[in-house]
Structure formats: C-alpha cells, structure tokens
Design a binder for this molecule. Sequence first.
Ligand SMILES: C[S@@+](CC[C@H](N)C(=O)[O-])C[C@H]1O[C@@H](n2cnc3c(N)ncnc32)[C@H](O)[C@@H]1O
Length: 436
Amino acid sequence: MLISDIMFTQRRRGTDGGGADLQLLVRKVPRDLHRWLRAKCKTGRTQNEVLLELLHGAMDREFGGALFGAVPIQSPPRTPPSGLFTFIDLFAGIGGFRIGMTMNGGRCVFTSERDRFCQRTYRAWFGEESIQGDINDPAIDLGRDIPDHDVLCAGFPCQPFSIAGVSKKRSLGMADGFADEKQGNLFFRICDIVDAKRPPVLFIENVKNLRSHDRGNTWRVIRSELEVRGYLLHAEVIDARAWVPQHRERIFIVGFDRGVFGDSPRFEFPDPPIAAAPILGEVLDPDPPAQYTLTDHLWGYLQAYARKHAAKGNGFGFGLVTPKDVTRTLSARYHKDGSEILIAQPPWNPRRLTPTEAGRLMGYGRRYAGAFGHGADFPIVVSDTQAYRQFGNSVVPGVVEAIGQRIADAIVARATGRSGSLLRRSRHSRTASVLT
Ligand SMILES: C[S@@+](CC[C@H](N)C(=O)[O-])C[C@H]1O[C@@H](n2cnc3c(N)ncnc32)[C@H](O)[C@@H]1O
C-alpha cells in the first residue's frame, strides 16, 4: 500500500447474525487531504472512524441507505476537487457552471462576476475569496491575470451587434466604428480572452433565441468570430425539463480548438437522463411560510390582468401549477409578482415559490448542496428579491454537468490518445492543465 492510499473497514452483519469486515482501499489520496485527515484524528478518533463518519454524512444526504449494500437511486456525485482539468467561470452568477464542471473533476482557476450580490452567494457556496469583478476592467492584463485553463465557461449577457450601426459609422468614414462596437460588447471580451489564453475548449450558454437574435446577426458574428479563431463549434438548444420540473430552453455552444483536437473531436451533446423527469412536487416544501401566499389584492390584480388579455386574444397571464406539473421558465423578474409560476393551494390564494424552492427548481438541490458541503440546500445569503433574480438568471447545473461530462470525456480521449498520460503541466504557468 502506498503512503497516499487509505484503507478502511466496515463491520457488516450477515443474514445468519454473524459479521464480516468489508474493506475499501482509497488510492492516491492527495497530500492536503491526508494532512487534513491526520488533523481530524488528533481529536482522538481513528482514521477509520473519521472516514466512516464522513461517509455516513454523505450517505444520509444522498441515499438514506446502507453504506456498502445500498444501491444509489442516482449515481453518486464524483468528488468535486479532483483537478482532472481546469476551467474559468466568466459571468459566473451563482456558479451553475462551477457546479457542473466541478462535478466532472474540473478545477476552477478564475472567476469573474460583477454583481456584488451574486459574489456574496458565490463566496458562501464555494468559499471562493478571489472573484474578479467587471471583466471589462481595463486594469486586467488578460494574459497575466487569467491563469491558463482547459475550458472557458461563459453564460454571457447577450447584447446585439449592430451591423447597421457599424456600417453606418464606416460609411461616414469613422475608421474606429467597429472598435466602438467591440468595446461595449461582452462577447468581444470573451474573444480577447480566447486570443490571450487559447483555451482548448469553449463552453458557452445563452438564451434560446440567440440564433434568431437581431435577425440572425448576433449568431453570425459569434460563429464567425470563434471559427476564424480556429474553433470547431457544436451548438444545441436543450430544454432542462429532463433534469428539473421546469421548461427552460437554452442554447449551449461547445467549441474545440482545431489545433488541439483536430477536425473531429470526440464530442456529442448528451441525451437527457433516462430516469423519469421530475415534477414540481419534488422541489416543494410541505409547509412553506405564509408570507409567500398572494394577498387578495395581488391575486385579484393578476386575475383581472389575465382576463383583460384573454379578451384581446393574448396569452399573457399567470401560470398556475400543481405539484404534479412542470413549470414555465423561471425568470429574473420572478420577484416582482411571481406570476409565471404560482402554486395552487385551494382553498387559499395561490403562493409563490420560496427562494429555496426556486433554487431547487433550477436544480440547485440536495445532491449539489451536499457535494459542496451545505447539507440539504444551498444557503440563501441575500434578500428574497436578489435570490429570485440570481436563480432566474442562472443556468441549470445538471445540464452543465451532463454536457461537461462529454467535454471531460473529449479532453481525456485527447490527452490519453496523444501522450498516454493525463495531467501535464502547462508551459505558461504554474497551473496544471490537461491540454498543452
Ligand atoms: C446570464 S447571467 C449568468 C449566470 C450564471 N451562468 C449562473 O449560473 O448563475 C450573466 C451574469 O453576468 C454578469 N455580468 C454582466 N456584465 C459583467 C461584466 N462586465 N463583468 C463581469 N460579470 C458581468 C451579471 O452580473 C450576471 O450575473
């Protein structure tokens, strides 16, 4: 047994009343983990006891079954901090990418998020102290301040690229017209980072209508800017409905650097999980606080508003759902009146989701909360208004995890295919990088 291995045992009762020792060997335990474990043992407990206690805690959160005999209902989370590959989390929000990529063995080496309330949540959830604010800050030296990384993740706010405006400026002889356009647009900041760092993989998320946005212009610019930089793009609209009880269609774009992966990276978007798709009841609290029930005034207003628009033949109105249903898309404006997702609770007025329920509806549930050390739910560390906003703006981590797994597979296939070894150190920095 190597020094980095840990062996521990569990006494298991047989059907005949006798017992047997089950042994588990954990190989290649990193040094910092070893040190931490030794410190824990100084409290008088054995290594075995400490590990079992940890596993019991994890098991209680995940499966509620027996330690070795239990068949998990879902596959257990892969231990987050493995460092199989590195990634950066741009426009990080509350970390949907961070969760999905970490679950696949990724290690986040840089985070940027401008909003201070999102930063607060991100810090509380991931213990991340170093968050870059505005990514447009001219003081950032992209080459120096952003570490080398394998995957660039970005769910960037979509702004139109006004070709009309640009050509008008050009026709007026304003040579810097396109530069003006570039300055304000966050997508071009991503391009600058791509130029400075050449990440082997790009993983971008955006609203479903990105392709039709600005009459197709936005998509044309995005595609050509990335292709001209040598990336092979895969894009797909995916409804998160298979992962969460919510319809939420988003476009996901995965780009592979042809210089690293060639013209046929081993990548396909994942199929939805085979397990039965969840329903709303699975994320609801049995006894939510009364404050989330609509007042007579607001409920009366929403009904009158819906009637008015129905009479005009419009579909606007509230979305009333029961625990058996799947909801509409949670929006960042949910905090205003909650009208897109109201939960029926006859004979009382309907109620809104609580912030914790809104988080679970986005997939920020027990499985991930447990994996990041938060028990059953991620803590809400901001006001209700900010929390609804954050969840409504976010990406469903389960979808990121599923796509991220395919990306990780492509990285592993590429890395092992070329050199036979997985982790190699980047030439440019101290950051470990799979693909150099
Ligand atoms: C669509 S949200 C992305 C949410 C994220 N994917 C998540 O899982 O929560 C876009 C985020 O970009 C942030 N943002 C906008 N402009 C920014 C900038 N210049 N620098 C850094 N972050 C910015 C916003 O505050 C917002 O949280």
